[in-house]
Design a protein around this ligand. Sequence first.
Ligand code: SAH
Ligand code: SF4
Length: 397
Amino acid sequence: MTASAPVTQDVMTIPRKLPEGGKINLVGLTRDGLRAVLIENGTAEKQAKMRTNQIWQWMYQWGVRDFHAMTNLSKAYRAELDEKFCVDIPETISRQVSEDGTRKYLVRIAGGHEVEVVYIPETDRGTLCVSSQVGCTLTCSFCHTGTQKLVRNLTAGEIIGQVMMARDDLDEWPQPGVSTADAPPRLISNIVLMGMGEPLYNFDNVRDAMNIAMDGEGISLSRRRITLSTSGVVPEIARTAEEIGCMLAISFHATTDDVRDKLVPINKKWNIKELLDALRAYPSLSNSERITFEYVMLKDVNDSDADARRLVKLIAGIPAKINLIPFNEWPGSPYERSSGNRIKAFSDIIYNAGYASPIRKPRGEDIMAACGQLKSATERARKSRKQIDAEAGLDGS
Ligand code: SAH
Ligand code: SF4
């Protein structure tokens, strides 16, 4: 697809209730957190568990945000809740729809910051790509988000709020009273933490949000349908298995420390060996649960046959699949995408070594929604090209 492909641009503003003065937002609290907040605010302790379950189900199973519509609670209790609490999710600023059906949303969070959320429909699934930070502290040299300095971590409510926002837009909440199991096939069947930010640098909020997404009396997605992508924050990898239990994807991208230091600078802190050791120890590793290695294909940088052979050797013994990502260009990007033939030859070597090596089809390129293209337009704290090149070691120094 070319940049000039037709785009359905459907910019809209969905009015949403902003947090009202003094009210506590219930979105993003864990079940225990919700129970504690209810008790602190006057719900009798012996009723708190039941109330928590009821409110939880309204919010996360049926997408209801108006306490007055929570009809299995008494009218008086509903009024009391409405006085003290709100159920708020990020405000949708715009939605663009690509000619391939991909939807990119720009959402505004407290403080006026903006993050992007992408919905990718496919024949057998629908994937929501969620952001975990505004910008990113890491500076991977091929990533657009990396040119935007970190502004802040998203709260758990802002992370799960992206899922709730997309379910609103796709109109996929079951009717109140209908269980998730009886609802039609899911439009959002998978979540990937592959939007803006490094999820393992915002561990607690990502964990709480994903535990809400997986809760059986709510959005109820299987842990196998949630994939967290990390650039390689080694000390948090074991916790990901223990506290979230979702699938793991690693932004690997290079087969020598020299090249990886330049592409994924966190490699200078935790190098390839340390990363692979952590993956070998990943507790839920089994043949049915493979780790995804993401590998961006950059012309003449990391795409040789020798790279493919080294990659296979490095990951020996780790149940894995290698996801080859044709590089997505962005304005001023310092790399080019490898040719189709090169990507195919690379993929064949990996496949012949016994690993699945799918080539990721770029989606939503015409609306800059593809991997690594996300960046909020209002965050203009962009570094200079020179500064990025210097950090990537591309300035000849
Ligand atoms: N910070 C996390 C998750 C967000 S990035 C991480 O780095 O894993 C999601 C994926 O998109 C990563 O594999 C990332 O390396 C890849 N990516 C970033 N920029 C890209 C680009 N311009 N083209 C293709 N893939 C890119
Ligand atoms: Fe951050 Fe991931 Fe982009 Fe690297 S690839 S700059 S870790 S968002």
